[in-house]
Design a protein around this ligand. Structure first.
Ligand code: 8NA
Ligand code: MG
Ligand code: MG
Length: 345
């Protein structure tokens, strides 16, 4: 797929959807044997499939709101998006939302809410959420804006509706940037791709709020840059076990413990992995590897799937897998419409 081609846009949205739908099976399971992952994925093949389709969870429900808001307004509109999040929650509250974020939706639904960013600021005693809920829905921002500075600004504001801690919104910016640079074909350079991400994150993590939030949570300064350097170091090793990835990068619901992990999954699976079926495409390897990490599998796989889809394009998404997912046709059609919006800027 050529840089910024239509195939990459559709691939990013369908990859994200697939990650969420196939990952939901193992969410919250700490140890997921690879055999179980491969068995689950085998069940998606035409000949093994019943009539059941895989339902998407909160990750996709919120991603869909971001896409629909961008497409209907043609610009990032924080009030419109806040209303869509809250309405979506009211329509389908049981998609598996994080325990805290539900409070934000309830406040957004109240007619007394005058400032859409206020409910997020009140989360967790005023510290704001550092969960990965901002990052899991960040991909569409990268599909709507070609300029790096726009991707940074709007992914941050998109996350601020629910995640006021810098550890939360900076994770969302990092995920949007990971998709942004992958769309342009930068992923295959591995080390240079990480340097691009580190360069952008360095200026964000130098901000006063980023420094004070990190200290308050007993993290070292520049927490995302530190983790991205660790990703780089791990990629240079010939073999890395699932246990090492989980120990060094994490597999949890904090953005800091899942966004760098998703980026690692996409980079690690650029080459053939001996433990995975040799006929698997790059997208399939990335999803399988993400699921095998256990923990917050749907969210790590949705983020890794968006990056991998933006890199490989639709050619590497198996049609049989795609057809198993609720809302797969929307994802493809919206990928095309976002591509037009991106090209028009
Ligand atoms: P969130 O904002 O409620 O954050 C998720 C969780 O992180 C919270 O419920 C807290 O436990 C913890 N947390 C976040 N910020 C703080 C803080 N400042 N202090 C203390 N604890 C904090 O929701 P979200 O949208 O960020 O959550 C996204 C994740 O939750 C995704 O994985 C999503 O799929 C969902 N989810 C996760 C699980 C799971 O067990 N892995 C299960 C169902 C749903
Ligand atoms: Mg989920
Ligand atoms: Mg999750």
């Amino acid at each position: 797929a050529g840089p910024s081609s239509l195939s990459r846009f559709r691939g990013a949205l369908v990859g994200a959807l697939l990650g969420d739908c196939v990952g939901a099976e193992f969410e919250g399971t700490e140890e997921v044997p690879l055999d179980r992952v491969l068995q689950h994925l085998d069940g998606l093949e035409e000949e093994n499939r019943g009539d059941g389709i895989l339902q998407y969870s909160d990750d996709t429900a919120m991603t869909r709101c971001v896409v629909q808001s961008l497409l209907s307004r043609s610009e990032f509109d924080v009030s419109d998006l806040g209303r869509r999040f809250a309405e979506e929650y009211r329509r389908a509250p049981l998609r598996g939302y994080g325990a805290g974020v539900v409070q934000v939706f309830k406040k957004l639904l109240s007619p007394r809410c005058a400032d859409v960013l206020q409910p997020a600021r009140e989360q967790f005693g005023g510290r704001g959420s550092f969960g990965n809920g901002g990052a899991m829905r960040a991909a569409p921002i990268a599909l709507a804006y070609p300029q790096t500075q726009d991707v940074i600004e709007f992914s941050r504001r998109c996350a601020l509706l629910t995640h006021a801690s810098s550890l939360g919104y900076n994770g969302a910016v990092l995920q949007a940037l990971a998709v942004h640079f992958a769309l342009r074909g930068a992923l295959c350079s591995g080390g240079q791709y990480l340097e691009l991400l580190i360069g952008e994150m360095e200026s964000l993590e130098r901000e006063e709020k980023a420094l004070s939030d990190a200290r308050e949570l007993n993290e070292a300064d520049f927490p995302y840059c530190t983790r991205l350097r660790k990703v780089k170091e791990m990629l240079e090793r010939s073999d890395v076990s699932v246990e090492e990835v989980v120990m060094e990068l994490g597999n949890g619901i904090a953005a800091l413990h899942s966004v760098p992990t998703a980026i690692f999954c996409a980079l690690h699976c650029l080459s053939v992995r001996p433990s995975l079926p040799p006929h698997y495409s790059g997208v399939q390897r990335t999803l399988a590897f993400s699921l095998a990490l256990g923990g917050d599998t749907d969210t790590i796989a949705t983020m890794a799937g968006a990056i991998a889809g933006a890199h490989y394009g639709m050619e590497q998404v198996p049609a049989s897998w795609q057809r198993c997912c609720e809302g797969e046709q929307d994802a493809e059609e919206w990928g095309e419409r976002l591509h037009k919006l991106y090209q028009s800027r």
